[in-house]
Design a protein around this ligand. Structure first.
Ligand SMILES: *Cc1c(COP(=O)(O)O)cnc(C)c1O
Length: 362
């Protein structure tokens, strides 16, 4: 719709292409898909079915409600893993829905065990081992406790043992090999159970990191997981935002909140209809740019909640006006570039793309 202030365009063909490429990279390991946070902000109910069509059968979300949303749009036959496990009170619903919690602690395991006992049938689960992130998962000591009394295994069927790399995005980090070795040794008590370690970045570290299943998230959406190499993936996301006002200002004129910017010369400004309330971080104030027909339009002054001022002096005066679209993410500016200018990572930009944009799937 033309009157929308901005449009996120999601290229589903690029998504398919990326999943195929990642599947080929993972083989013979399976390739799951991480679609937490509403498929990184792109809409899990649109992204999930496409990945299913491409053959994906293992989906990872972070939370119970995300699992429910995803399940409603997927055909039967998909496994939905919940990375954060299940909060007290959600176990029965999860069990009845057939979700597979990632058990991260003894308490989560006990509660899942009780749920299985009450339901009178064994329940599936994944189990996470903390190999160096101190975030989620069993510690070595807790694993020993599990081993001492393995009777819980009658009621809980562990389908997957996983761990998460802390420094996968830093290929030279010794921590990657350390975590790999830790997973191999700590998972011995689950012999025969499939293992999984690699997120997107981990998939680029070599075959040893792939085990039985890879769990890419951000790479599906086209972001380069290895910044040292050219991006083999196709960008999935574009962001275009409309101009809502233009003006010419004279030298000495102040721009934006806190008057952090003062014009040194005659300038043409364009105000666009998106700001930090739409996920364009305030750290982009007087940093970074938008593009119009390939011409760079620097951001000047503070990013506001609903708008940003651009210096459009490089354009012919009438080139942009009310309703013109400028590119924030697209052919001339990658999401990685925008994120770098904002001092953050592409994941944060993606997951914050606001709900005031229209989302168009092509
Ligand atoms: C988010 C997440 C992933 C996916 O990470 P990407 O870097 O987006 O590929 C994989 N595994 C776990 C446990 C996660 O939390």
């Amino acid at each position: 719709m033309n009157a929308m202030p901005g449009t996120v365009t999601i290229d589903l063909a690029a998504l398919r292409w990326n999943y195929r490429l990642l599947t080929a990279l993972a083989a013979p390991a399976r390739c799951g898909a991480v679609v937490k946070a509403d498929a990184y902000g792109l809409g899990s109910s649109r992204i999930g079915p496409i990945l299913f069509e491409e053959g994906c059968r293992e989906f990872f979300v972070a939370q119970l409600l995300e699992a429910q949303t995803l399940q409603e749009c997927l055909p039967n036959g998909a496994k939905i893993f919940i990375l954060g496990g299940i909060l007290p009170g959600g176990e029965r619903f999860a069990a009845e829905s057939g979700f597979i919690p990632v058990l991260n602690s003894l308490e989560q395991l006990r509660r899942w065990y009780t749920t299985a006992a009450e339901g009178g049938r064994p329940l599936p689960a994944a189990l996470q081992i903390d190999t160096g992130m101190s975030r989620l998962g069993f510690s070595p000591d807790e694993l020993i406790m599990l081993q001492c009394d393995a009777s819980w295994m009658d009621r809980i069927h562990v389908e997957l043992v996983l761990s998460q790399l802390a420094s996968g995005g830093i290929p030279s980090s010794g921590q990657n090999r350390d975590q790999l070795a830790a997973l191999l040794s700590l998972s011995k008590q689950f012999e025969g159970t499939p293992l999984s370690l690699a997120n997107s970045a981990g998939m680029m570290l070599g075959k040893d990191f792939l085990f039985a299943m890879a769990r890419p998230g951000i790479a599906l959406y086209g972001v380069n997981p290895d910044h040292q190499m050219p991006n083999p993936l196709r960008p999935v996301v574009r962001l275009d935002v409309r101009v809502i006002q233009t003006r010419a200002i004279s030298p000495g004129t102040k721009v934006g909140y806190d008057a952090t910017y003062t014009a040194k010369k005659v300038m043409n400004l364009a105000t666009i209809a998106a700001g930090y309330g739409d996920g364009l971080p305030r750290t982009l104030s007087s940093r970074g740019a938008a593009f119009f027909e390939g011409i760079r339009l620097p951001i000047v002054g503070r990013v506001s909640m609903d708008s940003i001022n651009l210096d459009v002096s490089a354009l012919e005066a009438p080139a942009v006006g009310l309703g013109s679209l400028v590119e924030l993410i697209g052919d001339h500016q990658s999401i990685e570039q925008l994120a770098a200018d904002a001092g953050t990572i592409s994941n944060e930009i993606l997951t914050n793309l606001g709900n005031r944009y229209s989302r168009v799937y092509v």
